[in-house]
Design a protein around this ligand. Sequence first.
Ligand SMILES: *[C@@H]1O[C@H](CO)[C@@H](O)[C@H](O)[C@H]1NC(C)=O
Ligand SMILES: *[C@@H]1O[C@H](CO)[C@@H](O)[C@H](O)[C@H]1NC(C)=O
Ligand SMILES: *[C@@H]1O[C@H](CO)[C@@H](O)[C@H](O)[C@H]1NC(C)=O
Ligand SMILES: *[C@@H]1O[C@H](CO)[C@@H](O)[C@H](O)[C@H]1NC(C)=O
Ligand SMILES: *[C@@H]1O[C@H](CO)[C@@H](O)[C@H](O)[C@H]1NC(C)=O
Ligand SMILES: *[C@@H]1O[C@H](CO)[C@@H](O)[C@H](O)[C@H]1NC(C)=O
Ligand SMILES: *[C@@H]1O[C@H](CO)[C@@H](O)[C@H](O)[C@H]1NC(C)=O
Length: 298
Amino acid sequence: MMILALLLPALLAVRVSAELQVLVPQLPVVALYGMDTTLNCSFSPVTPFNLSDLSIFWQVALTGRSVHAFWDGRDQLVDQGESFANRTSLFQSELGSGNASLLLRKVQIADEGVFSCFVKVQDYNKAALLVQVAAPYSKPEVIHRMDSNLRPGDEVSLTCEAYGGYPEADVMWQDGRGRNLTDNVTTSAVANEQGLYRLYSILRVTVEPNSTYTCRLLNPVLGEEGFASVTITAQNPGFPPVALGVTVGLAVCLLGLLIALAVICHRKIKESEAAEAAEAAKENEEDESKTAMTPLKS
Ligand SMILES: *[C@@H]1O[C@H](CO)[C@@H](O)[C@H](O)[C@H]1NC(C)=O
Ligand SMILES: *[C@@H]1O[C@H](CO)[C@@H](O)[C@H](O)[C@H]1NC(C)=O
Ligand SMILES: *[C@@H]1O[C@H](CO)[C@@H](O)[C@H](O)[C@H]1NC(C)=O
Ligand SMILES: *[C@@H]1O[C@H](CO)[C@@H](O)[C@H](O)[C@H]1NC(C)=O
Ligand SMILES: *[C@@H]1O[C@H](CO)[C@@H](O)[C@H](O)[C@H]1NC(C)=O
Ligand SMILES: *[C@@H]1O[C@H](CO)[C@@H](O)[C@H](O)[C@H]1NC(C)=O
Ligand SMILES: *[C@@H]1O[C@H](CO)[C@@H](O)[C@H](O)[C@H]1NC(C)=O
């Protein structure tokens, strides 16, 4: 009873004076991958205070892992989580004015999550903020097998690819008239060691004579990032170019052969005509000599 009677005023005092306000941004803090970011946290002590009475604990809210600690007038990093080593600092000169913000350098994907900022100067309080990491994707590229034998009605696959981004982006396909294509689209994402995504989106379409397809990338945190288009032209039924080439080639060969044959035949005919003429002339001569001789005989 005695102890409780003694403690009660102290407990009440703590309650009453628990007016230390700790403020953090209410909206998620968007931090760009690989860049530095400041996690704002400010506190408003009622009276001026001695720095040696100030304690600050930045923690990962979910795990309680230490991100950065400060007490006894200096940084206390013995218990600091490994992944934060050499990447954190407070703004020492601003502490006295109630600025307990944390500078986090070279933001990683794994940094995404809720951080809590705990401040104690006689009284204590804490507040939590959400860090959302983002990385812009490369410009998307649309890839398709160049097939010169495409006919309207054939089915082709177009692959849209982009990499190095975070978080997973929405991929949209549109046709030449700007209509959304949602059927026959398969999108997948693969994360690399750093947690950055490579996106693949495959659209299967039935080819029309001349159609354009656009792949649009939307990073939900950063907004639209880019698009790429491809135009597919398909030959109308008729002579596909390769077959046409072969046909023309064959035709030329045949013509050449025919001409050669014609020339040869012509020569042969000429020769045989000449031979016949010579023969005839010879026979004529013989006849003439015979006839010439006849009168002598007769
Ligand atoms: C942090 O605080 C400063 C000063 O109050 C302000 O200019 C800045 O926009 C804040 N940053 C965020 C991410 O809230
Ligand atoms: C704390 O100080 C740093 C460095 O001057 C500044 O960038 C940041 O905006 C300050 N934060 C607040 C909440 O005032
Ligand atoms: C702050 O606290 C330390 C240790 O308690 C003391 O030595 C120092 O005089 C104090 N400074 C002020 C300005 O009160
Ligand atoms: C942090 O920096 C110190 C000194 O520069 C270095 O010895 C240590 O390996 C660094 N730690 C990490 C995790 O980079
Ligand atoms: C296409 O889809 C996107 C996202 O779902 C939407 O914002 C847009 O309004 C749609 N456009 C049309 C023309 O339907
Ligand atoms: C989707 O694929 C199916 C079967 O392959 C096909 O019948 C349908 O026309 C395709 N839809 C579109 C919009 O291309
Ligand atoms: C294909 O369509 C585009 C735009 O609709 C047009 O500029 C182009 O001339 C067309 N090409 C053919 C071969 O029809």
